[in-house]
Write a protein that binds this ligand. Structure first.
Ligand code: FDA
Length: 326
């Protein structure tokens, strides 16, 4: 109960413009955020990915930003994704790119958002790279899935190189995964980072965890049906199934299911966030599992940082105590 209240309060602060202005200007906040963010510039993110790649870990690069309110900013965000794809290519990195549709203008004008996405997918296709569409709050789930389907299906743009994220806390996710698997889509499964009402999402963590395990199994069964793990050797195109979590029990469940279904280790990718559980990232990579780290960069770090605080009360407490001491 207290945990839920804490999460709701921090997530609502993550959306408040006044709080964003105040926190973004604090040096101590920027310093705290730097644990989770590779830097404000693209070259800093490239350096962070080089370091991960040296340790056998792939990356997904994310230019921070969401809920864009001006058409020009949405177009500029799309151009930055193209610059990121080109930087990955120039540096020969084992990395793909994650994007948010609200950053590309989904809340402003859906056709502008589709236009931006199409431009990104064309460039990613030319460079042999892959784009993952992050999942935002539940007000955008249906729209995000529709746009992914349009981008992926042969009746739409027909790009195989575009994947989607599914959140285990939503009741609808089982059905969504079944549909995505039928069309050969690639899924990143996460628990879900937003504050959702009980009408759409499991309120209890134990139910989210149980659903996560069920959905991870569903994804692996999908991978089994699809045959080969379909992973690219350059570390850019991920397999059909990916789990994004730092929860050891969820990771153990996925590993057990890989063994039970007699799948190769490459059938599932293990994804984690930059700055969280580096020990586990290296351990899994050392055991021969594909590991990918989400590497965010940019100046719009505030909402992303607040979601990281909301996930773990200890983070927020550490941040606040530093703030009080300054
Ligand atoms: P859980 O919250 O139960 O944490 C398990 C353990 O992990 C904790 O005990 C702690 O050790 C560690 N941990 C977790 N969060 C931490 C933090 N912030 N700081 C320090 N330690 C922490 N969500 C979403 O809604 N849409 C999306 O598109 C994505 N995309 C995405 C990509 C990738 C690669 C990852 C790893 C995660 C996401 N998420 C996301 C976020 C996800 O939904 C979820 O909020 C976080 O991963 C935290 O949940 P865990 O699964 O780690 O479990």
């Amino acid at each position: 109960m207290l945990r839920r209240f804490f999460k709701s309060s921090i997530i609502s602060l993550s959306r408040a413009a006044w709080a964003q202005r105040m926190v973004s200007d604090w040096g101590v906040a920027r310093q705290a955020a730097s644990r989770f963010i590779a830097g404000e510039r693209l070259d800093q993110a490239v350096a962070a990915i080089e370091h991960l790649n040296e340790r056998g870990i792939a990356a997904t690069l994310d230019h921070l930003g969401e809920n864009t309110t001006h058409g020009e900013a949405a177009r500029e965000a799309a151009k930055e994704v193209v610059r990121a794809l080109e930087a990955i290519d120039r540096a020969g990195l084992r990395a793909n790119v994650s994007i948010k549709l609200s950053q590309l203008g989904l809340l402003l004008d859906e056709s502008l958002c589709r236009e931006n996405l199409e431009m990104i997918l064309r460039r990613a296709g030319e460079l042999g790279n892959f784009i993952r569409i992050d999942m935002e709050d539940s007000s955008l789930t249906g729209k995000t899935l529709q746009i992914w389907e349009w981008a992926h299906s042969p009746g739409g743009l027909g790009f195989d190189s575009v994947g989607i994220v599914i959140q285990a806390y939503l009741y609808r996710s089982h059905e969504d995964i079944c549909r995505i698997l039928e069309s050969g889509g690639r899924v990143r499964l996460c628990k879900g980072a937003y504050d959702e009402p009980e009408s759409v999402a499991f309120p209890q963590k134990k139910d989210v965890d149980a659903n996560f395990d069920r959905l991870a199994t569903l994804l692996l069964e999908g991978a089994l049906k699809a045959g080969s793990p379909q992973i690219s050797t350059d570390g850019r195109v991920p397999p059909i199934a990916a789990v994004a979590t730092h929860d050891e029990l969820r990771i153990r469940h996925a590993q057990e299911e890989i063994r039970r279904l007699d799948l190769p280790k490459g059938a599932m990718e293990f994804q984690m966030l930059y700055g969280i559980r580096r020990d586990m990232q290296e351990q899994l990579a050392g055991q021969g599992y594909p590991v990918r780290v989400y590497v965010p960069y940019g100046t719009h770090w505030y909402p992303y940082f607040m979601r990281r605080l909301a996930e773990r009360p200890a983070n927020a407490w550490f941040f606040l105590s530093n703030l009080i001491r300054k």
